[in-house]
Design a protein around this ligand. Structure first.
Ligand code: NAP
Length: 235
């Protein structure tokens, strides 16, 4: 079997398991301490993956914020920012969104075969568009990233992408942050959707550590034998 990168899933959710509210506006689940931690985790990876809905709804920049961390990456002969990666079935991505900004980060878009021509036309040469087949399988995507030199992959959501990585047993670690409030709206997105997961009452995941960061708590789960305790981004 082809190799895949060390893969850590990162997510923040409400006490009742929602990763966003039902309204248009983005729900802030993190706090400053946690955002700094996430920045350190980002600085330690080669690529960051989010689903196309997250690109459309959240307009994430997915950059390393701290200049010191960026400098350290350069000293290690790494690019200033990890490669940004997204995946789409329908190909509806706006080239003017912050994901595609001219910010020094490499960009890779995995598109279904039917969407590739349109994506290449729309996104231009600065974004690598990969024909990922139909249907797009996250295992194939992970293996392709490994073949491109990605050894550490951070998956930042949303729910559809996390569900696939977990259900297909492609994650080595889960970093789950719980914010101290409820969302309580059934129309809102939950951390994962319906699926058969490798971890269930008869096969519990290993809780590797917990850490309080102000008013949120970080839970780190070891999901594979490759779990790397040093990947937390904690000081
Ligand atoms: N709290 C957090 O930590 C956090 C982090 C990230 C996101 N979020 C929230 O999560 C919400 C979005 O989550 P979501 O589950 O709706 O969407 P998502 O996982 O961000 O993206 C889903 C989309 O990605 C593409 N996709 C996923 N799997 C694919 C596959 N196998 N093949 C081809 N395309 C695939 C499809 O794009 P197309 O529709 O283009 O075909 C699909 O509609 C947002 O509201 C955001 O605010 C929260």
């Amino acid at each position: 079997m082809a190799e895949r990168p060390y893969t850590l899933l990162s997510c923040s959710m409400s006490i009742d398991g929602y990763i966003d509210g039902a309204s248009e506006s983005r729900l802030l689940l993190s706090n400053e301490l946690d955002l700094d931690r996430v920045d350190r985790v980002r600085a330690g990876v080669d690529a960051i993956l989010v689903g196309a809905t997250t690109v459309r709804n959240d307009n994430p920049r997915l950059l390393v914020r701290d200049p010191g961390l960026r400098r350290q990456r350069c000293e290690r002969s790494l690019p200033e920012h990890p490669t940004k990666v997204t995946v789409t079935q329908g190909g509806c991505l706006d080239p003017s969104s912050p994901f595609f900004a001219d910010d020094g980060a490499a960009k890779v878009v995995y598109g279904s075969s039917q969407a590739v021509a349109q994506l290449r036309h729309r996104l231009g040469r600065r974004t690598e568009v990969v024909d990922a087949g139909d249907p797009v399988r996250m295992r194939h995507l992970s293996e392709d990233l490994h073949a491109r030199g990605v050894r550490r992959l951070m998956v930042e959501g949303g729910g559809a992408v996390h569900t696939q990585f977990l259900a297909e047993d492609l994650a080595d670690e889960l970093q789950l942050v719980v914010a101290p409030f409820f969302v309580g709206e059934t129309g809102a997105r939950r951390f994962v959707g319906e699926a058969r997961f490798p971890w269930h009452p008869g096969h519990r995941a290993r809780l590797a550590s917990t850490e309080q960061l102000g008013d949120v708590v970080l839970l780190r789960y070891a999901l594979s034998g490759r779990y790397d305790a040093g990947a937390s981004g904690s000081p």
